[in-house]
Design a protein around this ligand. Structure first.
Ligand code: TYD
Length: 453
């Protein structure tokens, strides 16, 4: 007879080993390897069409046909997807439990049904009655939205066969299992196999499938991370539970750019789009606070203004604390070193905390100068002018280097009522004046501090 093959899968990173190990050689996690049984022989997927041989085509003869796309009815969602939902694509929506993934898809899914079509929401997390109650809260009702409480993939695919929906949501990948495997729902092999089969279904039927995946607090999960290479598009829904706004971000997109973000606000009646994120992120900014500065973060095609805060205070630790929230810790260390060395500031006896307000994460060098300005503002207890935007990359020599898309960022600042903008001299040289905003070219970090403090 055939022997079922046993392998050991790291539940944290997906590494496969032939024998059990106490520590995963890939991610270093302890006791993360679990035995999982694979089917005896990999059965061909039933009904899988024999693939036709691909024909090599001269590049000049290849036609570029724009993918037809369907709107989710939410501009912010469409943008992150690259302009809407591509038929037959599989989109993974990852995020912390409770962040609003179910809400987002319950709102978007019904809009993907053309008149006469139906869409299917498969819930393994909540009962159809619970979904109905949420739907009521969101003002969603109707015969075209079908709810299925089911966790067996085989049953789900059968239901899909009968219903022929225009789009499907599977909530969540951790609760669905295939009967072909004996391992528990949510295990690595289950999650990968279920996603693989949904992918195959989507490609064959041209029906778009959204898969919800929870990110557990360990961060590494039998979920989103492992599926990134299987699915077409990976979106993360992020936010701080203590705040109402949420950011949808593409980390992989076969059909669009990965830089775009969508911004939403969670309200009593569900998610609302935020079409002017700068306004939202600056709403609670204190008027005359030390250590606060506004910087510009380019999110895809959109410049967003955000408040960056720094707090510097005498340390009680043998090693002063450095904490960076929303900016790269290494970048902060580097900038502090530049400030010590080039500006002669004494920071070794100071704890330094930097935070980007709103839970946004910025990893572009254009915020360097803002970080330096905010830290100095807190150190000297001198506030930065409320209507000034600060941007520029800082080099190790203390020089301020040019940034990308300066004009776009300045226009956003002018629109938001900013009066002055500190930016690299190199950028200023190439810019036409922008109405209502004074541009101050900066050559060295020291000049920037003289200008704002
Ligand atoms: P949910 O969509 O269930 O999150 P996930 O699918 O990511 O686990 O989000 C649930 C949270 O959102 C819950 O804390 C309640 C809140 N919420 C609102 O504030 N307004 C609403 O209209 C809805 C439906 C939920």
């Amino acid at each position: 007879g055939m022997k079922a093959k046993t392998t050991f899968h790291c539940q944290a990173c997906g590494h496969q080993a032939l024998r059990w190990l106490g520590r995963c050689p890939d991610c270093g996690g302890w006791n993360t390897l679990k035995e999982e049984r694979l089917p005896a022989a990999p059965k061909g997927r039933q009904g899988m069409p024999k693939t036709a041989m691909a024909v090599a085509t001269p590049i000049s003869d290849i036609e570029i046909v724009g993918e037809p796309r369907h709107s989710t009815g939410m501009g912010e969602f469409d943008r992150v997807l690259g302009g809407g939902v591509v038929p037959g694509s599989v989109m993974l929506i990852g995020g912390d439990p409770g962040i609003g993934k179910t809400t987002l898809l319950l709102q978007a899914l019904p809009l993907l049904a053309a008149p006469g079509e139906q869409v299917l929401y498969v819930s393994g997390e909540e009962s159809p009655r619970q979904i109905k109650m949420r739907g009521q809260r969101l003002g969603i009702d109707g015969k075209h939205l079908l709810i299925l409480g089911e966790t067996s993939l085989e049953q789900i695919l059968k239901a899909i066969q009968e219903i022929q929906p225009a789009a499907v949501v599977v909530d969540s990948i951790q609760t669905v299992y295939t009967e072909q495997l004996t391992s528990a729902p949510g295990s690595i092999s289950q999650v990968q196999e279920v996603a693989g089969q949904l992918m195959w279904f989507a490609k064959r039927s041209n029906v778009p499938v959204f898969i919800i995946g929870h990110v557990t607090k360990e961060g590494a999960i039998a979920g989103p991370r492992l599926l990134e290479h299987i699915v077409d598009t990976v979106l993360y829904f992020e936010g701080d539970k203590s705040h109402s706004f949420r950011i949808l971000r593409a980390v992989k997109n076969r059909f669009g750019s990965t830089n775009e973000i969508g911004v939403f606000e969670m309200k009593d009646g569900g998610l609302e789009e935020v079409s002017n994120p700068s306004e939202l992120f600056l709403a609670e900014r204190p008027q005359r606070s030390t250590g606060s500065v506004v910087v510009s973060s380019l999110e895809g095609t959109r410049p967003i203004l955000v408040e960056l805060q720094a707090l510097v205070s005498g340390t009680n630790y043998p090693m002063p604390k450095r904490m960076a929230n929303g900016v790269e810790p290494n970048r902060l260390s580097l900038l502090l070193a530049v400030m010590e060395k080039r500006l002669g500031m004494h920071l070794s006896g100071q704890d330094v905390y930097v935070n980007v307000v709103g839970g946004i994460h910025i990893d572009e060098p254009a915020i360097d100068l803002g970080i330096v300005a905010a830290v100095t503002s807190s150190l000297r207890e001198s506030p930065i002018d409320f209507t000034t935007l600060v941007m520029g990359e800082v080099g190790l020599g203390g020089e301020v280097r040019a940034i990308s898309q300066a004009e776009l960022r300045i226009r956003e600042a002018a629109k938001m009522g900013f009066k002055r903008c500190l930016l690299p001299e190199r950028n200023v040289a190439k810019l036409e004046p922008v109405e209502g905003i004074e541009l101050i070219g900066i050559h060295e970090v020291g000049d920037a501090l003289d200008a704002v403090l």
